[in-house]
Design a protein around this ligand. Structure first.
Ligand SMILES: *Cc1c(COP(=O)(O)O)cnc(C)c1O
Length: 221
């Protein structure tokens, strides 16, 4: 088990480094977020033991069940919220997470700004973009992005970058390229894009943060 986790981690890291080369990037410019949603602490521990320190969860409540103890044991762990966030969970999210990837609407911005002021803790946020213009998905519509980024900057919340989840079952590269262009056009540097099936493509197209679950933990139950 432990060895399997360590070797999967080494493989994903090697793939990232390999894709950085043609793009003339340092491997250290890509943060690997190990997405541990649905996995219990005993499945997470081998990755921690193998040196992984950056993890992602998609639900606040699930993360509250397992991460406070793991973070207490390893204070250098960095926890990223990658899933949709309801405004009424903003305080819990700000208390537990070190980064939030799903800031996508003014009501959530207001809730997060208030929660951060109250906690005295300024959690950097990625603005999620609805890159495939899919009605069922979260994310700021592309047309509204410049205005929303201006609102985010006006509140003083640290802006970490842009995030996207491309439409399923289609080539992701054009969507990654579009997110990179939107970031450049809007003076944003971070790019949270790429999952197990397409993180190598994402790195080639400029991802600074890849969110990888299955390739590290195996299939979710
Ligand atoms: C689950 C999830 C991932 C990781 O997906 P894998 O295909 O298991 O790598 C990445 N990003 C988000 C937003 C997710 O919910």
């Amino acid at each position: 088990m432990e060895n399997a986790a360590a070797s999967r981690l080494a493989e994903v890291r090697a793939n990232i480094a390999r894709m950085c080369k043609p793009a003339r990037r340092e491997a250290s410019s890509v943060t690997l977020i190990a997405v541990s949603k649905t996995h219990q602490a005993k499945a997470i521990q081998p990755l921690i033991d193998a040196g992984q320190r950056v993890f992602g969860e998609n639900r606040v409540q699930e993360a509250e069940g397992k991460w406070p103890a793991l973070k207490a044991a390893h204070p250098d762990i960095e926890l990223h919220l990658i899933g949709q966030l309801q405004s009424n969970k903003a305080e819990e999210a700000v208390a537990l997470f070190d980064y939030i990837h799903s800031l996508d609407r003014p009501s959530l911005l207001a809730a997060l700004a208030k929660a951060m002021d109250k906690a005295g803790r300024h959690v950097p946020c990625f603005v999620q973009v609805n890159i495939g213009d899919e009605p069922q998905k979260g994310g700021c519509p592309i047309a509204e992005l410049p205005g929303f980024l201006a609102q985010v900057r006006a509140t003083g919340i640290p802006l970490a970058g842009l995030m996207c989840i491309p439409p399923a079952d289609t080539e992701a590269a054009p969507f990654f390229a579009l997110l990179a262009k939107l970031a450049a056009d809007n003076g944003v540097t971070g790019l949270s894009m790429g999952m197990s099936g397409d993180y190598e493509t994402a790195v080639m197209l400029g991802a600074t943060h890849v969110r990888v679950g299955t390739a590290l933990f195996g299939p979710r139950g």
